[in-house]
Ligand binder design. Structure first.
Ligand code: HEC
Ligand code: HEC
Length: 452
């Protein structure tokens, strides 16, 4: 791991963040009724984060305002997939896994279910966080169970349905198969085997009948778990951005002049469009190819790392933590990231990474396969410098000579790519159960109940 921070810091950071939110919100309203209908007053003392007092009781209710205010509103996701928002092409769906409401519902439940990890703590949504663009804004590289280091940045899952290759090195080809990597990776959800996950789900009473209904009587297994999770992820379609309304929707006022100048640069002088493609009637901002921008090279050859690493505690609040502290709690050092070479073992593919989409890019910091850049401005400066020279640098990456105003225009364009339906997808995610252990389902993950 290069820049991940230990889990303790992660949770500390979240605690500070939630405390800050509670202070801000609680000072605005000290008593009354929450929109959820629940009464509250000062004496109820809304605490930082999820106050655990009384947690063991079956009628426990959180007193964290930030959690109470997370209101979920379920969406009809299959309709979204049948008619994707403006700017997206039809969703490719494999012939052997047609989308159905039952599969999407089941996949959504699995996606947010923390019990899929070995110690019931980490769901897919722990690293692909809905309110953070289905990625993780707080960490350059996320942490798995027990704070284990992960090599790469969490990519967004918005519009992942259209990817021809999955992962930064393209090593996986279908969403159906992809899910088993995070579930069984030792440093992610750490389930010891596929059979273990199947058995665990079969014993969860709240899944009774769901697989059978979605899959013609077939229960949870290697195929159905993958097909359900893939179905949910295919519906995470976010577009109809100001750019789409202007460029595809013919609304001249949907964006300002800076965005229009930005697009002229994007498709002209700056040549971004060669890799981040825009078609006549839709745009995915990808070319389904792999390129060497020099970033991976720079990381591989920079033998000595900085003495300290920057950690974000709350939005806009940063602190420097010594590298030694981070290393002391880091389980192992991860290998250099050679990108596509890891899949092809062809020397010319060293440090090539898959082109990332630019849709919803304002929501998905930090950027690049290793989260090297915190802001879009840093990314633009990087391209303007011509990446990092190396013997395998893509010929398409070269110094651009952008002026300050041109950089601002490009940045304005990138900010105009956020889908208008993002809040609906986030609200839908908030409506999903998260696999909390409940009184009805007492400590089901216990070895005895698992039958070992
Ligand atoms: C510990 C954090 C973590 C967890 C938990 C996690 N992911 Fe990921 N996910 C990542 C990272 C990091 C990558 C990029 C890895 C790479 O490129 O090698 C990724 C990549 C992906 C991709 C590929 C996206 C793309 O654009 O190529 C998909 C799809 C995905 N994850 C879905 C899931 C699902 C489904 C789950 C739950 C079963 C899950 N993830 C759990 C961190 C996580
Ligand atoms: C040679 C092809 C190519 C060109 C030209 C190119 N990009 Fe990229 N872009 C990529 C690749 C490949 C990645 C992923 C790199 C990585 O993860 O290390 C990427 C990543 C990005 C990201 C970060 C995406 C994320 O989710 O982390 C942004 C933002 C971006 N490019 C913007 C631009 C802009 C703006 C331009 C024009 C100035 C541009 N790109 C030109 C190939 C290209």
């Amino acid at each position: 791991m290069r820049r991940a921070v230990p889990a303790g810091l992660h949770f500390f950071a979240r605690g500070v963040l939630i405390a800050a939110l509670v202070v801000v919100q609680a000072s605005a309203r000290t008593s009354g009724e929450l929109e959820s209908g629940q009464a509250f007053d000062e004496r109820q003392s809304l605490g930082p984060g999820d106050v655990k007092e009384g947690y063991e009781s079956a009628d426990y209710r959180t007193r964290s305002l930030s959690l109470l205010e997370r209101r979920g509103v379920k969406m009809d996701l299959i309709r979204l997939a049948e008619r994707p928002p403006l700017g997206l092409p039809p969703v490719p769906v494999p012939a052997d896994n047609p989308l159905t409401r039952a599969k999407i519902e089941l996949g959504r439940k699995l996606f947010f279910d923390r019990r899929l990890s070995i110690n019931d703590t980490l769901s897919c949504a722990a690293c692909h966080i809905p309110e953070q663009g289905f990625t993780n804004n707080e960490l350059r590289t996320p942490v798995g169970v027990e704070g284990r280091a992960v090599l790469r940045n969490s990519p967004t899952l918005y519009n992942v349905a259209y990817q021809e290759h999955l992962f930064f090195d393209g090593r996986e080809l279908s969403l159906e198969n992809q899910v088993w990597q995070p579930i069984t990776a030792h440093n992610e959800m750490a389930a010891p085997a596929i059979g273990y996950v199947m058995r665990k789900i079969r014993r969860m009473r709240d899944y009774d009948g769901m697989f059978e209904e979605a899959f013609d009587g077939r229960g949870p297994d290697i195929l159905t778990i993958g097909q359900a999770l893939a179905s949910y992820q295919r519906t995470l379609l976010a577009a109809d951005s100001p750019f789409d309304r202007w460029y595809f929707g013919g609304q001249p006022d949907a964006v300002g002049t800076s965005v229009k100048r930005g697009f002229a640069l994007f498709s002209g002088k700056a040549q971004c469009i060669v890799c981040h493609r825009v078609e006549a009637d839709h745009a995915l901002f990808v070319d389904h190819q792999f390129h060497n921008t020099g970033l991976g090279y720079a990381e591989s050859v920079s033998g000595s790392e900085p003495e300290t690493t920057r950690v974000q505690l709350a939005p806009g609040v940063f602190t420097e933590i010594s590298r030694a502290t981070v290393d002391a709690v880091t389980q192992q050092r991860l290998p250099n990231d050679l990108g596509l070479y890891r899949v092809t073992e062809s020397p010319g593919d060293r440090w090539k990474f898959r082109t990332q989409t630019l849709r919803n890019i304002a929501l998905t910091a930090p950027y690049m396969h290793n989260g090297a850049f915190d802001t879009l401005r840093e990314v633009i400066d990087f391209y303007d410098r011509g990446g990092v020279p190396n013997e395998l640098l893509s010929p398409l990456i070269r110094p651009l000579g952008l002026t300050e105003e041109e950089k601002q225009d490009l940045e304005a364009l990138l900010h105009a790519l956020t889908g208008s339906n993002v809040p609906d997808l986030v609200a839908d995610a908030f409506a999903a159960p998260i696999g909390d252990l409940s009184a009805e389902d007492p400590n089901w993950a216990n070895e005895n109940t698992l039958g070992y």
